[in-house]
Every structure is written in C-alpha cells, then in structure tokens.
Design a protein around this ligand. Structure first.
Ligand code: ADP
Ligand code: GN1
Ligand code: MG
Length: 363
C-alpha cells in the first residue's frame, strides 16, 4: 500500500503530537513492520518520531501486543536511574493517541503506533569489533535483568510457540508438501541438511517443554539491529522491537545474539564464502552478556553456545519455509531473498560446527 503525505498526516493527527508534520521517510531495515520516521515542527522547534504500521500477518492481536509493550516499557523505565542520564534514550517511549490509547486503527484496517524517535543512535547489521560485541552482549543481559521481576503471566503471547523448533519443522513440512510456488526442486540440499540436524535442533525446545529450563520474560528477537547504540559506538543504549517480549527461555535471546553478533557477513549475503563465526566476537558477546546475566542455572549455562546454533537453525528453517510459501511473511527485495537468507544461516551453522571445540572451550 502506498502511504502519501496526506494519508500520513491524517493518521498522525490522531496521536498526541503537537505541531505540524514537516517531513517523513520510510526506514526499510526491519523484516516485519512498516517503519516511518517523521519530523514535526512546533513553535519553531523540530521534534522527531517513529511510526510503525504493525504487521498483522505476523501479529494477530496488535491491541494485546501494544498492551504488552506499554507494560514492559513502563517497567523498564522504572528500573532506570535518572543519575545515568538519557532515560528517554534507554527505553522506548510510547506516544499515545489523543484518546490515550497506545495504538490507532485507521480506516483501512491498519494498526499504527508512535514512539519518540531516539536521536544520535546507530544500528549495526553486522558487528564490526569485539568492543561492540561486548556492548551488544551487555545490552541483552541488561534487558533480561530489567525484566527479571516482571510478572510474565500478564503478557499476551503475541506469536504463540514463536521459537518452538518442532512447530517450525512442521511448518516447513507443510510448505514442502504444498510447494505452491514450484520452488522445491531448488532446495533439496538445504532440506537434507536441515533434516539431518532436526533432532539436535530440538534440544532446547524439548528441554523447555519438559520444564527443565526456567520460564523468564525474554525479548525473543535480539538480533543486532534491534539494539540502538550511541552514534560513536561507545554504549548500547536500548533494546528495541519489543513486539515479541513474552515468557520464554533466555536461550533464544542468547541464541539470536550469537547468531547475529558472530556472523562475519550480513544475514542475506550472496557471498557464502564470507560467512564465518568470528571466535573473538563470540567470546566478547558471551562475556558482555555474562557480566549482566547473573541468574543463569547450570543447564542454561551449559546450553549457551548451543543456543547460537539452535537459533541459527530456526532461522534457516523459517526463511526456507517462507521461500517455499512464496515470501508471504518476511519483507523481501529480490526473488531469492529468503533462500539467500536461509543459505547464510546454514553456512553459519557449518562455520560454528567447524570451530565447535573452540567455541565451547572456556565459553
Ligand atoms: P521491525 O519489527 O520491522 O524490525 P523495528 O521496531 O525493529 O521494526 O524498527 C526497525 C528499525 O527502525 C530499527 O532497526 C531501528 O533502526 C529503527 N528504529 C525503530 N524505532 C526507533 C526509535 N524509537 N528511534 C530510532 N530508531 C528506531
Ligand atoms: C524478524 O522484526 P525483525 O526484522 O527485527 C523476525 C525475527 C527474525 C528476524 C530475522 C516477529 O525480525 O524472528 O529473527 O526477522 N521477527 C518476527 O532477521 O518474526
Ligand atoms: Mg527489528
């Protein structure tokens, strides 16, 4: 759907924002929501906001989702110390509608939310140094710590069984069976690899289902571009993209941290030879994480390195499923985009396997 200035102006008029919309631009980094940055002018000053149309294919109940986000951001805000400064940059601020709701439903069925834009920050699609890897690890640990005393039973499951490997394999099997895009023939190598790895990939899902891992409030989408860093890279300020904050195991957060923080290439690279798991980054991620996550049980500890491989595998399965389904879930920019992403994940799993001894030694 095309969104023009007039339309956006009408939608944004429903939010409690002073002044007039002077400019906006689309930001195409995430795979799920439509994100727009705006500038409003009010009494001679400029104010920036982030607006998102929530993807209702992914999130079936956006109202419940925003209830989660409002509660989680309020809780985190309560944990921040004014003396550290930058409170408004260390947690997302929901700008409500003029009626005081955290979400607005437009006349075409689109669900919108607005956050204060966090200024002078940057994101990374790939880690560039051990220092940044350490800060990323700290950010994931800090986030979990901030929510350690949050009552998870009050949260809606915005995507049920989100990281359930068995469900993801069932969805892949269904896509293989339907093959309605006729893409199956091109992916036999990927399917064979994923089939061989199925049992191992289910270790964490099965341990969690069996109650052997504690239920904690977790982020569930800790990929590196969901962390806002100071522009100069000196600190990770906040974890954003809170749509999937739900009760779960912390291992899926550490997993996505290791997947996206240790890969020497971007998630959708075509140069599979450039995909590697950087041992120094992997170590720095885990040390940064452990410096904050003081609460791990022995089994959580034991599965930390495995979690990176597991989440990489889940993503390989999910991207391949979407490729076979005709790219209905993730935003894509080219025909093979989901296949390329899946291949990168498989290459990363293989890279981890080549170095498994080193990754686990002293980890
Ligand atoms: P998606 O679910 O599509 O990934 P995100 O919530 O992660 O959407 O937002 C996409 C990108 O927009 C982020 O990676 C980040 O670069 C930027 N972004 C989102 N919210 C803010 C904010 N409040 N301030 C600054 N940048 C933001
Ligand atoms: C999606 O929303 P975004 O782009 O941060 C996806 C994650 C995947 C990620 C892969 C709700 O994250 O689960 O890990 O793409 N989010 C959802 O890049 O499905
Ligand atoms: Mg995101």
């Amino acid at each position: 759907m095309q969104i023009d200035h007039q339309m956006l102006h009408e939608i944004l008029a429903h939010f409690a924002i002073d002044g007039t919309l002077s400019s906006f631009k689309f930001h195409n980094e995430g795979h799920i929501n439509t994100t727009i940055f705006s500038t409003f002018e009010h009494e001679g000053r400029l104010y920036r906001y982030t607006h998102q149309r929530i993807n209702t294919e992914a999130f079936k109940d956006p109202v419940a989702l925003m209830k989660n986000v409002s509660a989680v951001t309020a809780h985190i805000r309560g944990k921040l110390d004014e003396r550290d400064g930058d409170v408004d940059r260390r947690v997302l601020t929901v700008i409500p509608t003029r009626e005081g709701e955290p979400i607005f439903l437009d006349s075409q069925g689109g669900y919108w939310r607005t956050y204060r834009f966090i200024d002078q920050v940057r994101t990374y699609n790939r880690i560039e140094s051990e220092e940044i890897a350490y800060l990323f690890g700290e950010a994931v640990g800090t986030f979990q710590l901030q929510l350690a005393d949050f009552d998870g039973s009050s949260l809606s499951h915005t995507i049920p069984r989100f990281h359930d490997m068995r469900l993801r394999y069932d969805q892949l099997a269904a896509a293989v069976k339907t093959n309605h895009q006729g893409r199956l023939a091109a992916v036999s190598g990927e399917l064979a690899f994923l089939e061989e790895n199925k049992d191992r990939g289910c270790i964490i899902t099965d341990a969690f289902s069996a109650g052997r891992l504690p239920v904690r409030v977790t982020h569930n989408d800790t990929k590196v571009n969901n962390v806002l860093f100071r522009e100069d890279g000196s600190e990770a300020l906040s974890m954003i993209d809170l749509d999937t904050v739900m009760p779960g195991t912390i291992l899926f957060d550490t997993g996505d941290m290791l997947r996206t923080g240790s890969n020497t290439a971007e998630e959708d690279t075509l140069a599979l030879d450039s995909v590697d798991c950087a041992l120094p980054f992997h170590r720095a991620l885990l040390s940064g994480y452990r410096s904050k996550a003081s609460f791990l049980t022995p089994l959580e500890e034991e599965l930390l390195v495995e979690s990176g491989r597991t989440i990489t595998q889940i993503m390989a399965v999910r991207f391949l499923t979407d490729y076979l389904n005709g790219d209905v879930y993730y935003h894509t920019e080219r025909e093979s985009h989901n296949l390329d992403r899946s291949r990168t994940q498989i290459a990363l799993m293989k890279a981890m396997d080549r170095q498994w001894g080193a990754l686990t030694k002293g980890a």
